[in-house]
Design a protein around this ligand. Structure first.
Ligand code: SAM
Length: 286
């Protein structure tokens, strides 16, 4: 079954009485070159299990299953279950979980379904939860080696920005804390059905950096980063005092010890400076 053929897709969906949900970010890929490329560049290969988030009608799921040993996919929309039963009927290495990715037991799925295999995540992410999903995958410290995902172009720019630049955000710090990130390729809005009003890009995160901080320090580091970027136009002293209850004088003293001006904003600090800021402040606030 050709799942990138618009006529075929329309026919299947109308037979199942399916209509697209904007709220669930349902823009299905119909450009035939994109899914094979995500699978090829996203570690879908022998010896690997791939976790997919959001199957739609299974266009990417199928390409993953053709290459990887196993594919387990989490899809929230119950209306898609009978569709997938039809579109993926020929595969015996796919398991679909009809669940919300934010609530699913991803560790359990990986440990049960991918025992003895390397694990990658591949997805055309629902855009309304791009950052929460990526942060969930990283912060839960799942045994995943790479995350290859389609995101909105603007999100890709933020993800791939340099930490310490104006384009960076909390998500930039998150991916650079846990691994390395790079953009693979752009995807035009016309590649989807229905077409969204933004272009997209596929990015790949390779996980595997040794954690810089211990558990407690790491928790505090991400509190500082999230608080700072949630009010990025304010100075660090102002945002951390309003969001974390930090004493401004304490923030100033840590900034001074790093040779940074008291008026610094979070987006100006590189990874090293952010780490030192949070470790220094944690000691003072204890
Ligand atoms: N992979 C398909 C493709 O490329 O055509 C579909 C991608 S579509 C952008 C996103 C998919 O994620 C939809 O099928 C949607 O129902 C699903 N989805 C949305 N929110 C979800 C959630 N919280 N948990 C799991 N799946 C979700």
């Amino acid at each position: 079954m050709e799942l990138t053929n618009i006529g075929t897709v329309r026919e299947i969906l109308s037979r199942h009485g399916f209509s697209f949900s904007k709220g669930l970010g349902q823009n299905f890929l119909v450009n035939p070159t994109v899914c094979p490329q995500i699978a090829e560049e996203g570690n879908a290969q022998a010896g690997w299990g791939v976790l997919e988030i959001g199957t739609g009608i299974g266009v990417l799921t199928k390409e993953l299953a053709l290459r990887a040993d196993k594919v387990s996919a989490v899809e929230i929309d119950t209306r898609l279950m009978p569709v997938l039963g039809e579109t993926l009927a020929e595969f015996d290495n796919i398991k679909i979980y009809n669940e919300d990715v934010m609530k699913a037991d991803l560790r359990g799925i990986i440990e049960r379904d991918f025992a003895g295999l390397h694990t990658a995540v591949c997805a055309n992410l629902p855009y309304y939860i791009t950052s929460p999903v990526i942060m969930l995958l990283l912060e839960s410290k799942l045994p995943i080696e790479s995350i290859t995902v389609m995101v909105q172009k603007e999100a890709a720019q933020r993800l791939c920005a340099k930490v310490g630049s104006r384009e960076s955000g909390a998500i930039t710090v998150g991916v650079n804390y846990y691994g390395t990130v790079r953009k693979l390729f752009d995807v035009s809005r016309g590649s989807f059905m229905p077409s969204p009003n933004v272009d997209s890009a596929v990015i790949r995160i390779d996980i595997g950096k040794e954690p810089r901080l211990s558990g407690e320090e790491e928790d505090f580091f991400f509190k500082v980063v999230k608080a700072g970027f949630s009010q990025r136009r304010k100075t660090i002293a102002n945002s951390l005092s309003s969001m974390l209850g930090a004493d401004k004088e304490q923030v100033y003293s840590v900034l001074r010890s790093l040779g940074l001006p008291e008026t610094s904003r979070i987006e100006a600090l590189d990874m090293e400076q952010l780490t030192e800021l949070s470790v220094g402040l944690m000691k003072l606030m204890k």
